[in-house]
Design a protein around this ligand. Sequence first.
Ligand SMILES: [Zn+2]
Ligand SMILES: [Zn+2]
Length: 396
Amino acid sequence: MAKFDKHIYPSVHKGIMRAALQLLALESHPAAERFSAADTEILISEAAAPDQLGDRHQGRGLHYYNAVRADGSALPLHPATGGYCNGKGAPAPSPLSVLDAEYRAALALRLAGKHAAAMKSLSRAVHMLADICCPPHCTSLTYFSLYGAAHKRYESRAAEIFWNCTPDALSEPDAAAEWAKQAAGKVPYPTYANLLSGSVPVSGKPWQPGRFAVICNALAESGAKHLDAVRGSDDAARIQSIRERLLLSITNAAALLAAFDRDLTEENPAIRRENHPYWLKSFNTAFVVSREPLYLHFADEGTVSLRTQDGRALAVGAFGRVLLTEPHTDLITQFRFGREPLLTLYPNGDQNRLLAQIRGQLHCIRRVSNMQGNLFLSQVSFALVNQPPEGAKYLY
Ligand SMILES: [Zn+2]
Ligand SMILES: [Zn+2]
């Protein structure tokens, strides 16, 4: 077993983040200036967090984005997301839904002045991108399948190759710098344009998959071609595959970091221009709690409120009961980013009086329409959905 132990080395996710940051600096890309020493520290330290036990993103099968089965036969795209499903065959949460959600969260948090939380979300987005680039993660070779050992073998070899040194003599910055040098000139910057486009329901128009789905699908489909290198006995082929995919992870991570800088620098950031309707639905019962659509409003101080078009705001009456208030009532409930659970409801900005908590992420919810059933763990109380569910009972 020790033979396949990737944990004798530092996390490759951390190495990929380090190399991507160094790569931006090496290419003198303007985005390199965006990330302070403190930002860099958070980006690197958070990069492996989604794999840790008890993490909100950790879970069997959720870090898979399978374009093919373990025998190489193609898997279908999910009709609503336009993306592949996770290791449990569900469209969300998946590396795609988490990437999309965390990237939007990072932009919203940064615009709200919440630097540390923004860096954590951005790092998590990069983690998901790197998982998709890793062939066992897009070819159904889950840890819990017959091919768990092949998965572990591939990743433990990847750790050896990435760090390229005995663990005790290792300099993480030096190892990452080597990869940054090799990756120079290969960053797919243009691929990461219009990241917030698509994956939004528009009435009377067919569903358009998001830009992230297009990117992730291409990465997963190219990863599927590495199935033999993962499963087979040809070690030279495996090493070649690992080198290619590590470089791909680093260059795509750098492109996402560069896109983050661009999406913050533009005149009227796209994350602010989004004005899509949501309905709040209680999750464990049949109640739908908002009859009319609600719109997200981002505020500078880091809150997000939900309001109807005629100005009514969402408020919480009692734990588990959500209702709409008329304009100008004194109880205004706001949604706040950045603390576990990420989405909380509290009255008039009083954070000590939490009235309800939504476990899971606002940003996850918004990306996956008609699939609220797949989004959350069982203890979840509410979900935002893109359409009012049929046959619902209203609380007001
Ligand atoms: Zn992972
Ligand atoms: Zn893995």
